[in-house]
Design a protein around this ligand. Sequence first.
Ligand SMILES: Nc1ncnc2c1ncn2[C@@H]1O[C@H](COP(=O)(O)OP(=O)(O)OP(=O)(O)O)[C@@H](O)[C@H]1O
Ligand SMILES: [Mg+2]
Length: 324
Amino acid sequence: MTDHAVASSRAPLEVRGVSRRFEETVALSDVSFAVNAGELFGLVGPDGAGKTTLFRILTTLLVPDSGTATVLGLDVVRDLWAIRSRVGYMPGRFSLYPDLSVEENLSFFASVFGTSIDEGRAIIAPIYDQIEPFKDRRAGALSGGMKQKLALCCALVHCPEILFLDEPTTGVDAVSRREFWDLLGALKKSGLPILVSTAYMDEATRCDRVGLIQRGRILAVDAPAAIAARYPNPLIAVHANERHKLIQSLRDYQHAKSVYPFGDEVHYSDARAAKAMDDIVAELRTYLAGSGFTDLRVKPISAGVEDAFMELMGQPEATVRAAA
Ligand SMILES: Nc1ncnc2c1ncn2[C@@H]1O[C@H](COP(=O)(O)OP(=O)(O)OP(=O)(O)O)[C@@H](O)[C@H]1O
Ligand SMILES: [Mg+2]
């Protein structure tokens, strides 16, 4: 088994060249990145990108075909038993027992690790305080947001040294999503390294660094602002009441590089990277006015991390959820 004294000097998570196939499907292809001490790291990618496969490898439930990964300095294949008691894993779907109460679920997860709710109290308190009024309710009868909080408590109750959260906010309403990320921010302050996956691109901005993953490959790893700053083309936000027609007209424009809905606007990037923005905007207005739009708002903008992700992924996939 790996020597803990050696392990402590390394990043809490290191992934090197990990690949994994399921028959013909390449779920992960040469994935490498590291999560540093105290870092909140987001793995952002669409459905089927390979996120869950990677989480299962890192939590020792699946072995990679090739490559290596260490968690807390321990090898995910060789040191699996040592890793299991020291990590917290929230697998997203189906992690709770719906017929057990809130308190019974938590007690169960505590007992699996040989501890109790009281012993884990200090770390779970900020979260558990919010769901304790419902401690006798069946987990299956909780709202989506409360289920996620309970699942987070269950992943934390044995005081893990690193936290793995696989799509914790999928299917949860926007307010609960925001609350959940606030909780993660508070947990991060306690120094706990966190790897969290999401298909919501807007959640990337809540992370210290993100890895963008698509079809099993990591496309970029960096701080969200640094990824946004790499955006290569002039970007313009356009608004008109006839949104569908607007998207179609912009896509038909000869200089369009990409066009996608973004909130109640449409983001248009121009293929002419070197042309002056003022000229691009003026020409675009003329073109759209000629297409019959009378209520246009056209304004140059700086790219955000979501725009950069769209760019990196090429054609945006329908399953990636941009900000509403
Ligand atoms: N046990 C399995 N057997 C066969 N194929 C699998 C298995 N697990 C995953 N895959 C395939 O591997 C690819 C990656 O799946 P994975 O579940 O890791 O993606 P994901 O990013 O977690 O997606 P989602 O957003 O749907 O949770 C997909 O094409 C999936 O169908
Ligand atoms: Mg998944």
